[in-house]
Design a protein around this ligand. Sequence first.
Ligand code: SF4
Length: 421
Amino acid sequence: MNAIALPQADARPILRERGQHEVFCGLTGIVWLHRKIQDAFFLVVGSRTCAHLIQSAAGVMIFAEPRFATAILQDKDLAGLTDANEELDRVVSRLVLRRPDIKLLFLVGSCPSEVIKLDLSRAALRLSRALGPQVRVLNYSGSGIETTFTQGEDACLASMVPELPESLEGERNLLVVGALPDVVEDQFQRLFDALGIPVRFFPPRRSTQLPPLTPGTKFLLAQPFLASTAHALEERGAKRLASPFPFGVEGTTAWFEAAAKAFGVPEATVASVLAPAQQRAQTALGQVREKLAGKRIFFFPDSQLEVPLARFLSRELKMELVEVGTPYLHQEHLGPDLALLPANTVVSEGQDVERQLDRCRAAKPDLVVCGLGLANPLEVEGLATKWSIELVFTPIHGFEQAGDLAELFARPLLRRTRLMV
Ligand code: SF4
């Protein structure tokens, strides 16, 4: 373990820790990605543990014909006694025959497939040749070794970037990057339409509608955990627009303003298009602010949403930030949010869980945002907690969801008050 404080671009000392950490693996992303890309199937190549994780996280009933499954590696595969590739080809052929609705198949790597060095990129190429053009086969890793659970989405989207078609017509367009619930996507689409900005969303709802990249493509990240995807898009010539992330009124306004500026939309148009939604969001926030103002909150590193959410809670709901932990701090992507945190906020990157628990217990915050593994023990110790994974499963982006997002933090406090009566 080590803990060092280094000066950063915005002169804020960052507490960096490298020790034991508590995280879920990237397979978790399949839960929301399979709902988003409606003709994709996610085949995890893993163990029974992987199958249990994904089944219980998704809570899907067997008769619902889910669009994910696990090809379970047996002892003889792990011992190298059988050819796992042949077995995989057999499983995929059966699957594709049974499910003609599948247009995109992801082979998702896991800890066991990585331990036996099963080369899923070669398997994806081989299967793509055999099954294309009806079914496209891609691969990415959802392995839990040194990852966080939101990295699964990043790896998945990054694997799709080379598939984006190229259009040489110099049309300028905007790409919104990151899986958003359809309801949020529809709201954003309406606002971009009113601003006159041609927008596409990535990932799309159907894999057959991949957005094209043109020489003028600019993109806005909707999620703060997409470092590899952003890098892959930049490699293909797309330009990222810097902005705080679209949480709360302030973040969402800045996010739309960044797009409007890049596309030359007059400020007066932006103000009039956004005003009604801003007003509704302010009203919704006003109803929750009194429950949260002055309350002290501590973030353990988990979802990578911590910095932008801390910015929202501190500036729009007047909560006091005790510590904002994040698994990784992407200075470039998170810079605009980081710059809006109070100067005295402790920001930590990585984790040494025992040390962080000690800091948390000593600070006695009103609310702790953390992973499932830490929540129950902390509740027993008398601390109110919020599961960070819930923030990824719930629509929280944009103006219309700002009130619901604030409520997510108010609810555990209310529950604890009731329990204490
Ligand atoms: S990928 Fe690794 S961490 Fe995730 S469920 Fe499978 S074995 Fe566990």
